[in-house]
Design a protein around this ligand. Structure first.
Ligand code: SAM
Length: 262
């Protein structure tokens, strides 16, 4: 498994990433009215979601493990507090924030159970709203047909089942947990789960390599898989593959949003 250099990724992250409305919608529904409530974005990266939630009226704070990600968030959030911190060991007192979020962070944190426990510890009434790519999301993605190694080269904690995450949230001390699915309708999010709806993007190395999933794959394996994918795109066979996965995408969507209340 290739480790990801988050400080290096920070340089190109915003080239293909933004606050996707398809993710924001279920998050805002779960969060409820902003009403000037405080919100911590855990693993907030360059601040795209924190900025969108600040615009909605939340008093946002952000923390991220990578100083370079955090540095970009400082610029974007114009004055909101930003911290360099490990999600599994948050440097905040119990009940410091009304609510919290994490978007696409769970699969990056080795000790993800501690991350959930820490989120529970630092919030008051909640909710903690967390978007993740789960095992169901991955198996519904036709990209695994070409790059099956995505399963093996993901960290062992990546791509948990929805049910395992719900159980872990309960163990972390959340008493109510609700699950909803993300369905991407636009290309604001450059993750592999959103990009599967835009197969032509897979013809462009620069776009496709700016994802954690492909960064982790060994180069030769990635190139062989992408070459096969591009051949099938040219012949028209890719359309059949995409159609075969469509029922799973309909059922499981492109990601899961967990809303959890203490
Ligand atoms: C896929 S990015 C998501 C960033 C942001 N939430 C977004 O949706 O744009 C994953 C982020 O997790 C951060 N990260 C990785 N390990 C972490 C840890 N142990 N604690 C906090 N953040 C971590 C990375 O630095 C990176 O910014």
């Amino acid at each position: 498994m290739g480790a990801i250099d988050y400080d290096a990724w920070a340089q190109t992250y915003d080239d293909t990433r933004g606050a996707s409305p398809s993710v924001l919608r279920p998050m805002l529904t779960a969060l409820g009215p902003a009403a000037s409530r405080s919100l911590l974005d855990i693993g907030g990266g360059t601040g795209n979601f924190a900025k969108a939630l600040a615009d909605e009226g939340f008093h946002v704070r952000l923390c991220d493990y990578s100083p370079e990600m955090a540095r970009r968030a400082v610029v974007k959030l114009s004055g909101a507090p930003v911290f360099v911190a490990d999600a599994a060991h948050l440097p905040f007192a119990e009940g410091s924030f009304d609510s919290a979020i994490s978007v696409n962070v769970l699969g990056h944190v080795e000790d993800w159970h501690s991350m959930l426990a820490e989120a529970r510890r630092v919030i008051r009434e909640g909710p903690y709203v967390m978007k993740a790519s789960t095992r169901e999301t991955l198996e519904a993605n036709w990209v695994v047909e070409y790059l099956p190694g995505i399963r093996d080269h993901a960290p062992v904690h990546h791509y948990q089942r929805d049910s395992a995450i719900i159980d872990a949230l309960r163990e972390a001390g959340f008493s109510r947990v609700e699950l909803s699915r993300v369905h991407y309708t636009e290309m604001v999010d450059g993750s592999i789960q959103a990009l599967k709806h835009f197969p032509e993007v897979f013809l462009d190395d620069e776009r496709i390599l700016n994802t954690a999933t492909l960064k982790r794959l060994p180069g030769a394996e990635r190139e062989a898989g992408l070459a096969a994918l591009r051949r099938d795109y040219a012949s028209g066979r890719l359309k059949e593959i995409v159609a075969r996965y469509a029922p799973l995408v309909g059922e499981y969507g492109d990601g899961s949003v967990f809303a959890a209340w203490p």
